[in-house]
Design a protein around this ligand. Structure first.
Ligand code: ROI
Length: 159
């Protein structure tokens, strides 16, 4: 079994429900078990400000799916949630990011792991730190150090 961390985000159409439902769907993926979930966190949008605040969370999976097979499943779930890719960095019903896959560094056209931008995003680091204290992000360092660097970003635990 490989452990993988998934970042969940939503700012449209009942974001909290989108996230909670997506967690159930992750648990139903083939050869995959949901082993931990973070609290839900609210934050103002990074990027264009003319969109609603986001709800974010992180889930830990145990899986036998290969990275690209897992990515296919994540994109299918996003699509099932009515995700339409219009504006770059625009609002979305559901965003599922493959943040970490074991301790692997992957740089492929379709997939970069650790997720690019992970080190700049408190809305990813805070929930990740909650469920994986002591984690070392491959190539980037300890989660606590990365999270402390972003502590000017407001992220509010909501549930
Ligand atoms: N901003 C926040 N706060 N949370 C997100 O999940 C998020 N996702 C995005 C962009 C548009 C970069 N901004 C975000 O994709």
């Amino acid at each position: 079994m490989i452990h993988a961390y998934i970042g969940l985000g939503s700012n449209l159409d009942h974001p909290e429900q989108q996230i909670l439902q997506a967690m159930d769907e992750l648990d139903c993926l083939p050869e995959t078990w949901l082993s931990r979930v973070s609290s839900l966190y609210a934050s103002s949008p990074m990027g264009p400000q003319d969109q609603p605040d986001y709800v974010n969370a992180v889930a830990k999976l145990e899986t036998r799916l290969a990275p690209l097979a897992l990515l296919d499943e994540l994109q299918r779930i996003e699509k099932d949630h009515g995700r339409v890719r219009k504006q770059h960095w625009g609002p979305r019903t559901l965003d599922l990011d493959l943040l970490l896959y074991a301790d692997q560094i992957i740089r492929e056209p379709r997939l970069s792991v650790p997720h690019p931008g992970i080190a700049q995003r408190a809305f990813v680091l805070r929930p990740l730190e909650e469920i994986a204290p002591g984690l070392v992000v491959p190539g980037l360092g300890a989660i606590e150090t990365l999270s402390a660097v972003c502590n000017d970003q407001q992220v509010r635990r909501i549930q």
